[in-house]
Design a protein around this ligand. Sequence first.
Ligand SMILES: Cc1cc2nc3c(=O)[nH]c(=O)nc-3n(C[C@H](O)[C@H](O)[C@H](O)COP(=O)(O)OP(=O)(O)OC[C@H]3O[C@@H](n4cnc5c(N)ncnc54)[C@H](O)[C@@H]3O)c2cc1C
Length: 601
Amino acid sequence: MTDTLINRRDLDFLLYDVMDTASLSERDRFSEHSRETFDAVIETADRMAREKFAPHNSEADKQEPRFVNGQVEMLPEVKEAFKAYAEAGFIAGRFDYELGGMQLPESVIAACNGFFTAANPGTAGYPFLTTAAADLIKVFGSDEQKAKYLPPMLDGRYTGTMALTEPHAGSSLSDIRTSASPTDDGHYLIKGAKIYISGGEQSISDNIVHLVLARIKGAPPGVKGISLFIVPKFLTDDRGGVTGRNGVALAGLIHKLGYRGTTSTALSFGDDAPCHGYLVGEPHQGLKYMFQMMNEARLGVGFGAAVIGYRGYLHSLEYAKERLQGRKPSESDPTKPPVPIIEHADVRRMLLAQKAYVEGGLALCLYGARLVDDQNSHPDATIREEAGKLLDLLTPIMKAWPSEYGTRANDLAIQVYGGAGYTREYPVEQCWRDNRLNPIHEGTNGIQALDLLGRKVWQDRSHGLQLLMQRMQVDLEAATTSRCQQWALSLSETLQRAVKVTQDLGAALQKESPDRVLANASCYLHLFGHICVAWMWLRQANQAEILLADAGYAEAERNFLEGKLQAARYFFHWELPTVAQDIVLLQNRDDTCLEMRAEWF
Ligand SMILES: Cc1cc2nc3c(=O)[nH]c(=O)nc-3n(C[C@H](O)[C@H](O)[C@H](O)COP(=O)(O)OP(=O)(O)OC[C@H]3O[C@@H](n4cnc5c(N)ncnc54)[C@H](O)[C@@H]3O)c2cc1C
């Protein structure tokens, strides 16, 4: 079983050759960094992920956390790995030096986190949630809240959660019912129930900081009446000393298909004891604040899905080189030795599809991380603004595409293993089960599709879409070899058709019921997802051609670059053409699904 989590040459290629991540060190914010410090931190992540996270991945899957005598029992290795991650400074990796952080670019910290997820997505969930919760408190919390919660969260004594979902309100957060009643001393009493809260109870940290969405009594209905509260598991004084247990309690652990190492909890607030909550920012702005965490989490979900897909791909690649079975169709002599299954074209198809999905998905996610860096630290204000608009437009795609296709890659990895893939003796079925969460949480992919077609594309008079087309144009024009130019042409033609369909859908939205126009939103998400990933493959192919022109490379490097070009070819020949179907359905505003009636099923 391979212990490679992400191919380091591939990551270097994406980070440095394609995305030019080393140049970030020229920015003020990252001036104390260099390619060497980026590489050193990535090396640490790779090693720590292999040594501390990977070894208990399968065991944590088999031994789900259990609720025993009021405590959550879990493997001790989870806590050890969490502690090692925190002590190495990764929770605070992207935070300012003044906060004890490493002030690393998002591109680098995302790459580091890729190793942890590839090694063990269940254990990685705890620190990732903690970073995201701390980030939200840093941006929207009061000075007092920051002083109280950030230091222990960033050094790993406290963990964080995001508590949005309620039993009756998942996709539709506007319907949440958890309430907040003001008290005389300025804080609130929280009452209600939340479900599926990841890391909502565990045995790895001294305290848990829940970020809870609730309605202040008398608030307006819908999303405009939702506020955000800090609800700690233990109440503390200003010096961090515990003053009592808060009234947030574990109502039960939820048992799941995958991601079993991360506890999934049902939480009750204020049932058995008063539950104290502390308002973050202004009343009724909670969903807006929470969107910062959700957007970050959505990019993280896409990234995680790509690397779990990647892990399955590497396992199946290794297996396909070792497993001997059958002979080529051209070999008629049954006494000849069997060949490794990688020699069969159909197995290569499954491996190439995985490679195209996971390396394309990873490129897309690293591009998203780069947009975060440009939005936060580019010296040119226009580029900062443009990066923000692109990020806004692309977030649903960066969440949904890798989660759809990373899982599909894991499905193909199982198929490459044959019967062995279906057993629990081999690792690929766990990859698939873990990855299967990603199209569901952080807003289902159906909700991402509605967000893209119902909102994001039209925002700011479609400026984001125009920016995206300009960025693509640069890479279309950069294609110089005949094969890259051919792929650039097919991307350009598909893009033009997508733009035309977008204009038609925009016009239809003015005249027709949105129910009909948005009925096929998932086709639109697929169309744009494939276009974006094709663009990522063109960027990789353009770069591979430049590097291949240098005849001085050793054979291994030439093989790597030829592999990139073949995977690009696969995407352009086998994948991009599949959007023709989406375009037809969207163009006709096909109403087959819309017109189907519940009673006809
Ligand atoms: C393992 C796990 C971990 C999670 N972690 C957290 C967490 O830490 N914090 C948290 O707050 N939540 C968490 N969640 C909850 C998760 O975000 C929700 O499950 C998700 O948002 C979907 O909500 P739901 O399950 O209620 O499904 P529903 O909203 O009931 O959706 C069911 C189906 O209907 C579709 N649908 C719903 N509404 C529409 C619509 N308007 N138009 C078209 N289709 C629609 C959906 O796409 C989906 O296919 C987690 C869930 C899981 C499974």
